[in-house]
Design a protein around this ligand. Structure first.
Ligand SMILES: NC(=O)C1=CN([C@@H]2O[C@H](COP(=O)(O)OP(=O)(O)OC[C@H]3O[C@@H](n4cnc5c(N)ncnc54)[C@H](O)[C@@H]3O)[C@@H](O)[C@H]2O)C=CC1
Ligand SMILES: O=C(O)C(=O)[C@H](O)COP(=O)(O)O
Length: 380
């Protein structure tokens, strides 16, 4: 059995090596000839899997170690009887850590009390709902918008009302171009105007959920209207708009879900699905590979919650380093800049989920401890 896998899939040899002849390839540049003699295809979000790629191949199982599925032509794959598995929720915790770390970074930078801000979440699925529950536990008021689900413990509003009322708008929808509620350019030239003055806009869903050109125009013509813009995902990756990036406050190369746990869970998820498809007993579980939890270190507390929390989180995820690395690519010509975007992703550092940290032996003030527990940290 021949298995073709994206070379950037974490632990791919560990999990899949025993199941067949495994070949790792560049997912971004995968050609139909490379998959012609393959039985199994394992991808990440950068490979478009459709008729053009698989028409001549004998692939009968496609696994994508991602939450998002907009790169998979599900209708065509289903029509061909090809089994598809994605990894729902695999890196939800990582994305939530990213959003909260970004917000705490901004609360420290602009000296505001995050708990006094209203968080508006668009898309209340695995990521959005986990973010909502965590933020509520931290003391924020949360509004949600999701025409497809009802969450009784979250106040839900139509999109335009949410944009008008929320101090922070965070997008967590899949990218869809069809259906009753398509998300392509969900935020656009018309409704960007509805965002509240001095609000914060965050996108960790898919780049094209925001019309990037419209956002660029909006930020150019109303330079101080928003307090901050945080973009992890971009239209036309791997080549983000070079004029838009300097107008953002935090810019990262689609790595919100790139914690070690997030990536490894994605692989483990499709390994389980493939074993089931092949009617083979799985030989490995994620727990066989996960490194031990880490211990958080004490800090010199100032007594001010947000600077102190920011100091603690700097041990877990210094988000500003990811931002700096991406901005450094801005001087490059387009072809090199696109390569650099992918290189930053390929060689991403070993970030751990906040839940992999233990503070049971660390003396933090109870205010700080309460926030960290709400964010999933282990304590005694
Ligand atoms: N930046 C990153 O590294 C990552 C990005 N993602 C992206 O985040 C997206 C969301 O992830 P999950 O929450 O796990 O997906 P999910 O499928 O669990 O939830 C998505 C939610 O969005 C809702 N939705 C769909 N259309 C909508 C619309 N027009 N308006 C408002 N809500 C709408 C759905 O009803 C659903 O509840 C993924 O599809 C993926 O594209 C996911 C993981 C990592
Ligand atoms: O899970 C998703 O959906 C994501 O956006 C992934 O974190 C993206 O990672 P790659 O598949 O592009 O490596």
């Amino acid at each position: 059995m021949r298995i073709i896998a994206d070379e950037n899939m974490a632990l791919v040899h560990h999990f899949f090596g025993h199941l067949g002849q495994l070949e790792c390839v560049s997912g971004r540049h995968l050609h139909p000839e490379q998959v012609r003699d393959a039985d199994i295809l394992l991808v990440r979000s950068v490979t478009t899997v459709n008729k053009a790629l698989l028409d001549q191949s004998r692939v009968r199982f496609v696994g994508s170690a991602t939450i998002g599925a907009d790169h998979l032509d599900m209708q065509w794959l289903n029509e061909q009887g090809i089994t598809v598995s994605t990894a729902p929720g695999c890196n939800a915790r990582s994305v939530v850590d990213y959003v909260l770390t970004a917000l705490i970074h901004l609360a420290n930078q602009y000296q505001f009390d995050l708990t006094q801000r209203v968080l508006g979440i668009v898309g209340l699925g695995n990521v959005g709902y986990l973010l909502a529950k965590t933020a509520q536990q931290m003391g924020l008021r949360v509004l949600g918008c999701d025409p497809l689900v009802t969450r009784t413990d979250i106040e839900q509003l139509p999109l335009n009302e949410l944009l008008e009322q929320a101090d922070i708008v965070s997008l967590h929808t899949p990218l869809t171009k069809t259906g009753t509620y398509p998300t392509y350019h969900l935020l656009n030239a018309q409704n960007l105007q509805n965002l509240k003055k001095q609000s914060i806009l965050i996108n960790t869903g898919r780049g094209a959920a925001i019309d990037n050109r419209a956002l660029l125009d909006f930020l150019t013509h109303r330079p101080n209207y928003l307090q901050a813009v945080v973009l992890d995902v971009w239209e036309h990756e791997p080549l983000p708009n070079a004029d838009l990036m300097p107008l953002t406050t935090i810019a990262t190369p689609h790595i919100a879900g790139y914690s070690l746990e997030g990536k490894w869970q994605g692989t483990a998820f499709i390994y389980q699905a493939l074993c089931q498809f092949l009617q083979r007993e799985p030989q490995y579980r994620l727990a066989d590979f996960l490194p031990p939890n880490r211990q958080l270190q004490s800090i010199q507390e100032t007594g001010q919650l947000w600077p102190d929390l920011h100091q603690v989180l700097a041990q877990v995820y210094p988000i500003v380093n990811d931002d700096t690395a991406l901005r450094q690519t801005l001087g490059l010509i387009d072809s090199e800049r696109a390569l650099a975007f992918d290189q930053l992703r390929k060689h991403y550092w070993q970030r751990r989920d906040l839940t992999a940290y233990d503070a049971s032996h660390t003396l933090y003030s109870s205010k700080l401890q309460t926030m960290l527990v709400a964010m999933g940290l282990k304590t005694a």
